[in-house]
Design a protein around this ligand. Structure first.
Ligand code: GDD
Ligand code: MG
Length: 352
């Protein structure tokens, strides 16, 4: 059985972090994001091939996962000549595949959905397509999905306006699709599964089944949600590496160096090779990437610092996000919500 991970988006809402790091491999602590999805797919032993559907910086992603052998899976890469949209990308990645249903994931959702149960429902209902739904407070940023009492999808409306909202269940970005239903997707032109394929299943009265999941689910595609993913893993709300065995703790790599007189408050993460100098304070929900340097008396309070960032003596960084190799000068102030791209330099005494 084949699984397709849609990982070709540009991650515009996470810019500038995604300028040099495509969204599928933004780090969650010290692991690339897609590794969490690959872990989930491994729940289904029948899945013998994971196809990564790419077009933005595909090489960067290939370099990280290779053939998948290290993760115990077989990964294949399909690179579109130009962005084909979610539907076009699925068709392109599926090629002439027939037979077993396809498992499809949006490459930016973090969830613990019971995938074997979704597949079992799909088979039991002999569905043309099965979609996972999740309840959210504000559906406007998602695909709104209405169902009937028997769990059949009755309407699919991508990015509804507030006056169009009649329920709270949205498309969680996880599907099981029968390959022979992909015929309606044109080849080689951009086509949206959300605006084309799903509404057409409803219009044709095909068996289109919903699996409602009210466990953990998050689209990591905005800075707030990206940070939320870390908080939820640290708190154990989403039990996952590296905190699954020790939620709520300060997880300090044995290869990090915390000098005497530094303060480290749980929960937080300090990666390999990081140095925290005397008098510095690492506040709760901070993530210090590998080889970062936190200078004397500096404060990092809830920020996520990607690897190799230097926070100089006396600087204070609130719940901000910084890319790789940033330099935050002495006594500088970085307010919560700040986003700094790779190699940003903030000179001494600056505030932002
Ligand atoms: N290969 C490829 N080619 N992948 C693409 C393309 C493309 O042209 N366009 C988007 N993707 C990938 C993105 O990388 C992402 O993983 C996934 O498809 C969904 O795209 P997003 O841009 O993240 O869409 P969204 O978050 O606004 O909405 C989608 O996800 C919601 C759930 O998070 C929709 O599927 C909504 O219906 C859904 O509710
Ligand atoms: Mg998304």
């Amino acid at each position: 059985m084949k699984a397709i991970l849609l990982a070709g988006g540009k991650g515009t809402r996470l810019r500038p972090l995604t300028l040099h790091t495509p969204k599928p491999i933004v780090p969650i602590f010290d692991r690339p994001f897609l590794q969490y999805q690959i872990d989930l797919l491994r729940q289904v032993p029948e899945i013998d091939e994971i196809v990564l559907s790419l077009n933005y910086q595909p090489r960067r992603i290939e370099e990280v996962f290779g053939s998948g052998g290290d993760l115990g899976v077989h990964i294949r890469y399909v690179v579109e000549p130009q962005p084909l949209g979610t539907g076009g990308a699925i068709k392109f990645a599926a090629g002439h595949y027939s037979g077993e249903p396809l498992v499809v994931f949006n490459g930016d959702v973090l969830t613990a959905v019971d995938l074997p149960a979704v597949l079992a429902l799909h088979r039991e209902r002999q569905a043309a397509a099965t979609i996972v739904l999740t309840p959210v407070e504000n559906p406007t940023a998602y695909g709104l999905v209405e169902t009937d009492a028997d769990g059949n999808v009755r309407a699919f409306l991508e990015k509804p306006t507030p006056d169009q909202i009649r329920c709270n269940t949205i498309n969680a970005g996880i599907y099981v699709l029968e390959p022979d239903t992909l015929g309606r997707i044109p080849s080689d032109v951009a086509y949206s599964i959300e605006r084309g394929y799903f509404p057409s299943l409803v219009a044709n009265g095909e068996t289109f089944v919903a699996y409602v999941y009210d466990g953990y689910w998050l689209d990591i595609g905005t800075p707030e949600k990206y940070r939320q993913a870390h908080i939820d893993i640290m708190d154990g709300r989403f039990p996952a590496p590296p905190f699954q065995a020790a939620p709520g703790t300060a997880l300090v790599s044995p290869e990090a160096r915390i000098e005497d007189g530094a303060t480290v408050e749980a929960p937080c993460f300090i990666g390999a090779g990081a140095v925290v100098r005397a008098g510095a304070r690492i506040g709760p929900y901070s993530v210090i990437g590998s080889s970062c340097h936190i200078g004397e008396n500096a404060v990092v309070d809830g920020a996520i610092l990607w690897p190799n960032t230097w926070v100089d003596a006396g600087a204070e960084v609130g719940p901000a996000l910084t890319g790789r190799h940033c330099h935050i000068g002495r006594q500088a102030r970085v307010a919560g919500g700040t986003l700094l791209g790779d190699k940003s330099v903030l000179t001494d005494y600056s505030s932002i």
